[in-house]
Design a protein around this ligand. Structure first.
Ligand SMILES: Nc1nc2c(ncn2[C@@H]2O[C@H](COP(=O)(O)OP(=O)(O)O)[C@@H](O)[C@H]2O)c(=O)[nH]1
Ligand SMILES: [Mg+2]
Length: 301
């Protein structure tokens, strides 16, 4: 049975790759280099595992969140590094732990952790960094994401810059998003409940019908307080929705969704040009009509 499904997934992947190639040709024809690069990237990632991209402000607790999720003896992601030296880190499965530096902004870490056989995790430097370039490189990772994990500091999930970044992910790319309130050990239960509701409300106002919100403490999880840490419900959500064999099909679904987003962006661009063209024609007709309606003596003078 598994073999049959694998064959089917492979077949679908090839079909989707062909469609993506055609979409790429289209961006080349219309000369849209930005989207063209995004599509090449999308195709390159089609063989990669389902990708979680972890976003949120600096110090929200993103890196700690990943370390606790992966349950390794030593931390994989550096916690609280200097924002100046921060890079994007893609964490993938590997038989032995190793590191690959792709460019000054991107590092690949391979780790022998079971869950990484099904999902890859991307740690980003954060969206409100003093270096605007960091937001830019984080943004570049969004189109290839299969699930966005939006991390807030549990104490304050209301910062405007966070929600502006949310708009970019949701409106521009229509990505699946889950929300995490991290460092929940730092506030009383009822304040946490208020903030969880606040995030629910904000997400609903922004058009997410059933926002998925978890509260966790990476600190408690790493200290072994697994009943309190909030990671249990999160892990079962991930297992139920993504891992447990579904990831390859979900990955393809998400790739198709992204390709569609790109197709709509191209269409919007074409519609704008079409309107411009029609306005130009009307304008020209108008000038022609004025010129021909004048007496010949005026034209020759
Ligand atoms: N009390 C508490 N502190 C945390 C927790 N998670 C992270 N921190 C601290 O918050 C700071 C920022 O964490 P980090 O994971 O580097 O955040 P990032 O910039 O979003 O990657 C560090 O000083 C961490 O030690 C948590 O669950 N509880
Ligand atoms: Mg970090």
């Amino acid at each position: 049975m598994k073999g049959v499904i694998d064959d089917k997934v492979r077949e679908l992947r090839e079909l989707i790759a062909t469609a993506i190639d055609r979409l790429h040709d289209l961006t080349e024809t219309i000369g849209h280099s930005g989207l063209s690069a995004t599509i090449i990237d999308l195709k390159d990632r089609i063989e990669e595992p389902f990708m979680f991209v972890i976003v949120g402000e600096v110090k929200a607790g993103k890196s700690s969140f990943i370390n606790a999720l992966l349950e390794t003896e030593t931390d994989i992601c550096k916690v609280a590094p200097s924002p100046m030296t921060d890079t994007i880190q893609q964490i993938l499965y590997g038989e032995t732990a190793r590191e690959e530096i792709i460019n000054p902004y991107l590092k690949r870490l391979f780790q022998p952790v079971e869950i990484l056989k099904e999902i890859a995790i991307v740690d980003t430097p954060g969206t409100n960094t003093i270096i605007s370039h960091h937001q830019e490189i984080t943004e570049r990772f969004i189109p290839g994401a299969d699930l966005i994990v939006f991390i807030f500091e549990a104490k304050n999930p209301y910062r405007q810059s966070s929600w502006e970044f949310f708009d970019f992910i949701h409106e521009d790319w229509r990505k699946k998003i889950i929300f995490i309130l991290q460092q929940k050990d730092l506030l009383p239960e009822n304040d946490l409940a208020i903030n969880m509701e606040g995030v629910q409300k904000q997400a609903k106002e922004k058009g997410i019908a059933n926002p998925i919100v978890f509260a966790v403490s990476a600190k408690q999880e790493q200290e072994g307080l697994i009943q309190q840490s909030g990671y249990l419900p999160l892990r079962s959500y991930i297992h139920e929705k993504v891992t447990g064999g579904k990831a390859p099909v979900l990955k393809l679904e998400s790739t198709v969704g992204t390709a569609l987003s790109i197709a709509y962006k191209i269409k919007d661009g074409i519609d704008i040009r079409q309107k411009q063209y029609e306005t130009d024609i009307v304008f020209r007709e108008d000038i022609r009509a004025r010129l021909t309606s004048r007496p010949p003596s005026l034209m020759t003078r």
